[in-house]
Design a protein around this ligand. Sequence first.
Ligand code: C2E
Ligand code: MG
Ligand code: MG
Length: 660
Amino acid sequence: MFGLEVRLRRGWRLTRKCLLLAIGNFSQAFGGVVDENLAGKIRAEQWRSVVGHTVSMMAATMLNGAILVAALGGTADPLSLVAWTFALLSGVGLVMTRRLLARARPRPTRTSPRTIRRICRNAFIAGVTWGAAPPLFYMDASQGGKLVLTCICAGMIGGGALAFGSVPAAAVAMIAPIAGGSIWALWRSGEAETPFIIALLASYCFVLIRASMLHAFNQARQFISRTEIEQLASRDPLTGLDNIAVFRGAATEAMLRLERAGEPFALFLVDIDDLKKFNEQHGHAAGDALLVALANRMRGLARRGERIARIDGDQFAILSPGLAGEATLRACAARLAKMLGEPYEFGGVAKSISVCVGVFAAQRGVADARTVMRNAELALLKAQRKGRGSFHVFGAGDDAALLERQAMEEDLRLALARGEFHLEFQPMYRLASRKVEGFEALLRWRHPARGLVPPSVFIPIAEEHDLIEPIGGWVLRAACAAAASWPRDVRVCVNVSARQLRTRALCSQVAILLEEFGLEPDRLEIEITESVLVSDDALPLEILTELSKRGVTLALDDFGTGYSSLGYLRRLPFDRIKIDRSFVSEICEDRDSAAIVKSVIGLARDLGMEVTAEGIETVEQLECLRALDCPEVQGYLIGRPMAEDRVDACLRAGVTLAAA
Ligand code: C2E
Ligand code: MG
Ligand code: MG
């Protein structure tokens, strides 16, 4: 009993939804999830489904019409038959002409309720035409003619339900007049079987209309689910903005419009300065809230037709059709940086951030969407170099720089195979023992035309284009090979980029090289910069921890230049801190620098770590460091980076270094 009640209630709920859909009330039929935009898309789907049946429906109409005229030819009033045939043929002609004309037009992605009303009107006209046949011809028809007429009317009722199945109102509009006309004619004939035939026809119509409503409901429901899934796959879940995949598609479309119609567009990249720090200070929930607030502010600032996307953790992109001209772009970028940098309120507390903006204006002839993206990225990079809250519009000078970078990238790809790399070694001097206890391996690239290219120029390019793994691998091997011939108490220090820590390959490579060259693990020191530590990825830290477990020592390079959070020191088992040259160079003149160096040395001692001061150039600096109890120094004063064959001589002279 209870089960029956539940089923009845469920049945009624479904029927109610179907009825709501039949009258075009999508929102209520689907519990409020359908807005006008989605409703328009559902209507377009319904329209497509109906239009898809047009040709077969018209063919059936012509065939049935011809059969009916043949069957009634001898009995029906000729004038009525001609008039009816004319009406039928006019209808078919009109529909087919419109269909042919519409073929050239693009299929609509959204349609208005008016289109659906037009479909219902056409269905009604078809229904009335067929519904007029029984009252006009049934009474006078022969027995055979009556049978043909009844069969054809029943067939047209079925055909109407099928053709207009996606639009139940249209199905009703067609079925009702045919059923009405048939019932009326049957009733008037007064034949004994009439009540049975009428009951049969009524139940037949009821079943067909119900099937049409259910079909339309399921079709719309499937469409809504499909749209939801598509939206999920194309949206950034946090901010609800487009994601990078969709944005790339939009950029490609904009490129096509540019090529075909010359419509310019600009690409703005917005990057939050130091979101990492914001997260650390206020927590990740506040960071998320900030991203949402920033996204909303961007939506508010957007002009019509602009596409906004979140393309990376802290990076947003705006595609602006129609924007061109350096002055306009500069004004827009400045406004964007200013507005997005205004304080954000969280629970009554205002919090400030700043953003950098890079802009690229796409013009005809730019190769592809990838180039557009890369130029905008380059502009953003330039903005970031200018400082927090800055913007940069990609200009002619940047083009030249980009071309040069591309040329260098190509040369860099060939450099390994052509043997253009070599290493130099810079001594590291221990003040207490007055001995050179290690050498830092520094990569050099001698290009036949470019000459000696500094690592500060080519390492970032190698990192950007995934060339650093093979190059870094070469450095590691060459450094280990060199160290194999040095005394056992002299270590070799190798710089490793964050990019080399994206796969575990480094661990196995280190193990193989130590074995191959018979090096004690603690004679190899890996130098990394703080940028590795601030990444959210756990893998680099795992790799470095594993290396440390194997006995390889770890040094934190350029300490003080990066994010400078001492908290990071605890994340890895560092053996050494290398204080950046910028502090050492001012140690004698600047009290703050001296204080920082002093506290880093103290902290390292407390944590059981070694310290190396980088970039010692003068005797005064060395004396200051000695006074601060700095254990190890490195710099031009001790020795410049040197060729491998000079290492031996340096080791022998190490104890007698003049300054020491
Ligand atoms: P770094 O690891 O901090 O290396 C020290 C840099 O400071 C070297 O520059 C060195 O020549 C320079 N230097 C040493 N003493 C002094 C001094 O007294 N005064 C001055 N003004 N400079 C001094 P270099 O060789 O141009 O290397 C620059 C950076 O390039 C390195 O900084 C390192 O981050 C990177 N690098 C070099 N070789 C490699 C490598 O094989 N792999 C990776 N990933 N990066 C490398
Ligand atoms: Mg280094
Ligand atoms: Mg350094």
